[in-house]
Design a protein around this ligand. Structure first.
Ligand SMILES: [Mg+2]
Length: 401
């Protein structure tokens, strides 16, 4: 462009790699095309657990999930869906009522935005509400659904394109007696799963028996992860890993801090997975520098949506870290989002993913995504590829327009 000619609206590249006028200017609208968010609706959705309850470390358990669905509509009639479903209020720093309060706070900031401007969507949300990534995750998911629908592609295409045939799923095994957990593994193996995440993090002697009982019913090609969910102190974790040293398994998130996990890591022969403490790129890099994890667990809501989780995923690929791709919990919308992100992750880096909608007794989709033989594929329809049964949702609890 010659000197003195009409300057474009984009006047420079800022630290985010975007034009400075957009960073500075309050309205996030396009002049050339019409695709603006005009309405956000929020729905409360109760998801009862098919097994009756789900228990993990320190005696924590839930019997039903209090999920929140959001629909984001544009002025030309496109609708995208997102979901945030914390694992109760005492797992991660997230809770259902907080999600809804936060959506009322941050939702108005997205009115008028083009949902395809995903970086801008996040900057608008950051300006409206500091922190609270779980709140923003549902809106980010809905905007990704919209952005892919507007482009006429499945979301996995927007996330890099699918790799391989399907994604291997793990089945979480609720904390129970050693005999009951082994029986649950056999039951779910009969349904096609080949990877199992056993909930430990309780009394070490019982956890050792749980691990031995489950490993005894597994074959060589089947994967066992013992997930303590931060429930052990280092001395307890050390007792467990020494007692099961000869067994083939992964140890996940033994203790509450990176420093404590490193004490276990140095004394442990097993590959280690980190989950709860890897909640952003900074924490991911800290774990990598410390050599603390062979696998990390990327939960979409923990990172604040698909955009920041994709950033962490791509970084893991560069750093050589395998991943479990999932979320805190959820139903049909979350499961579809997981499938797209996981299936678009390079196959050698996919440790596992989760089909959360198979754990609960309620569907909100006309065409819920279902696993086949313990594996899942990203839907090939546009966007998330999930059509919501709005009649089954009932009236929204919040409308922002
Ligand atoms: Mg975990």
């Amino acid at each position: 462009m010659g000197a003195g000619s009409d300057r474009p609206a984009y006047v420079g590249m800022g630290r985010y790699g975007v034009n400075a006028t957009r960073l500075a200017g309050p309205p996030c609208t396009r002049e050339d095309e019409s695709l603006r968010i005009r309405e956000i609706r929020v729905f409360a959705v109760e998801l009862p657990l098919l097994e009756g309850s789900y228990a993990w470390a320190d005696g924590r358990a839930v019997e039903r999930f209090d999920s929140t669905l959001v629909s984001v509509a544009t002025d030309d009639g496109l609708v995208g869906w997102g979901e945030i479903c914390p694992l109760g209020p005492a797992y991660l720093p997230a809770y259902a009522a907080g999600a809804r309060t936060g959506l009322a706070e941050v939702g108005p900031a997205l009115l008028g935005c083009d949902p395809r401007d995903l970086d801008l969507v996040h900057r608008r949300m950051a300006r409206a509400l500091k922190g609270h990534p779980f709140v923003k995750s549902a809106l980010d998911m809905a905007c990704h659904d919209l952005a892919a629908r507007a482009q006429g592609v499945p979301l996995a295409t927007l996330l890099g394109g699918t790799d391989g045939e399907a994604v291997e799923l793990y089945r979480a095994i609720s904390q129970d007696t050693p005999e009951a957990t082994a029986a649950a593994v056999v039951r779910y193996r009969d349904e096609g799963y080949r990877r199992f995440q056993l909930k430990v993090g309780g009394e070490p002697d019982v956890d050792i028996e749980r691990i031995r009982a489950v490993r005894a019913v597994l074959d060589g090609g089947e994967v066992l992860v013992a997930d303590a969910n931060t429930g052990w102190l280092p001395h307890e974790a050390l007792r467990v890993v020494r007692a099961v040293r000869e067994l083939d398994l992964y140890i996940e998130q033994p203790c509450a801090t990176l420093e404590e996990c490193l004490i276990v890591r140095r004394a442990c022969d097993h590959p280690m997975v980190l989950d709860e403490i890897v909640d952003g790129v900074g924490a991911l890099l800290a774990a990598w520098r410390a050599g603390a994890a062979d696998v990390v667990n990327l939960k979409i809501a923990k990172f604040g949506g698909l955009r920041p989780t994709r950033l962490a995923r791509d970084l893991c690929v560069e750093l050589g870290i395998a991943m479990t791709i999932e979320d805190s919990w959820g139903g049909d919308v979350t499961t579809a989002a997981i499938a797209h992100l996981a299936h678009s992750t390079p196959e050698p880096f996919r440790f596992s993913a989760t089909d959360f909608n198979s754990y609960v007794g309620r569907s909100v989709a006309l065409d819920p995504l279902r696993r086949v033989a313990g594996r899942i594929r990203a839907p090939t329809a546009l966007g998330l590829g999930v059509e919501i049964d709005e009649e089954a949702l009932g009236p929204p609890i919040l409308v922002v327009r």
